[in-house]
Design a protein around this ligand. Structure first.
Ligand code: HEM
Length: 211
């Protein structure tokens, strides 16, 4: 039987999750802004990213930023996934939601009736967080394919060739930006979640996430 007092002293986000989350934000910002500079050097869609939203100053500088931030993103991401698996964080806090739970929470969110419990993710959040983690993995793998297409020839074939791998890389970037917009909107709706991502705040004393 769970002890409610114990449950309420668990921090909403453990220190490793908080550190890795902010390292991820820094690495991803560097990746996005330098990636837009690289795209601008050889655009394959009818638009360019504005210069103020790019990093690196020119193609060579942007590539240097993109590749060094990629190592930070990959090492931090691998540490997060290993931590998530071995600490039980994924199993306890981020289990994939059932379609029923997702539809119920999505409907409640649309009606602006979805309550937020500190330290517990609702089904919409769990789908969004699980989804963006998978998208980031595809983003890195397609990035490796177009960076070293000879050495990672197997990966290039898996993604249907160089051109398709580049387009998937671009499509995943758009999904990541879409995630960030929704994520920041949700944080703005419940600003106290931001505090819990900076310092240790006890989670609400309710352990179970509905499947
Ligand atoms: C400045 C930008 C960002 C802010 C202010 C922010 C803020 C937050 C906050 C407050 C939470 C906790 C939500 C809650 O307790 O209900 C959270 C969780 C999370 N955020 Fe962000 N976030 C940002 C950027 C990102 C980015 C760029 C990503 C990845 C693409 C991301 C992925 C996640 C994930 C996966 C979680 C769940 C972490 C876990 O418990 O393992 N965030 N974020």
């Amino acid at each position: 039987m769970k002890n409610p007092a114990q449950a309420s002293t668990r921090p909403a986000h453990s220190l490793p999750v908080r550190i890795m989350h902010w390292v991820n934000v820094y690495a991803l910002c560097c990746m996005l802004f330098s990636g837009w500079e690289i795209y601008n050097a050889s655009p394959d869609l009818p638009f360019l990213f504005p210069q103020w939203a790019t990093l690196g100053g020119w193609l060579g500088g942007a590539l240097a930023w993109h590749l060094s931030a990629m190592w930070l993103l990959v090492i931090n991401g691998a540490a997060y996934v290993l931590y998530g698996i071995f600490s039980g964080h994924f199993k306890r806090d981020l289990p994939p939601p059932s379609p029923k739970a997702f539809l119920r929470d999505m409907w409640a969110a649309v009606c602006l009736r979805l309550p937020h419990k500190t330290g517990h993710y609702n089904a919409v959040q769990r789908l969004l967080y699980g989804g963006v983690i998978c998208i980031l993995v595809i983003e890195v793998l397609t990035g490796l394919s177009i960076w070293k297409p000879v050495q990672f020839g197997g990966l290039v074939s898996l993604f249907g060739g160089f051109v398709l791998a580049r387009n998937i890389h671009l499509a995943m970037m758009i999904l990541i930006v879409g995630f960030i917009v929704v994520h920041l909107a949700l944080v703005a709706i419940v600003p106290r979640t931001l505090v819990s991502m900076f310092k240790s705040v006890p989670s609400d004393p309710q352990e179970a996430n509905d499947a």
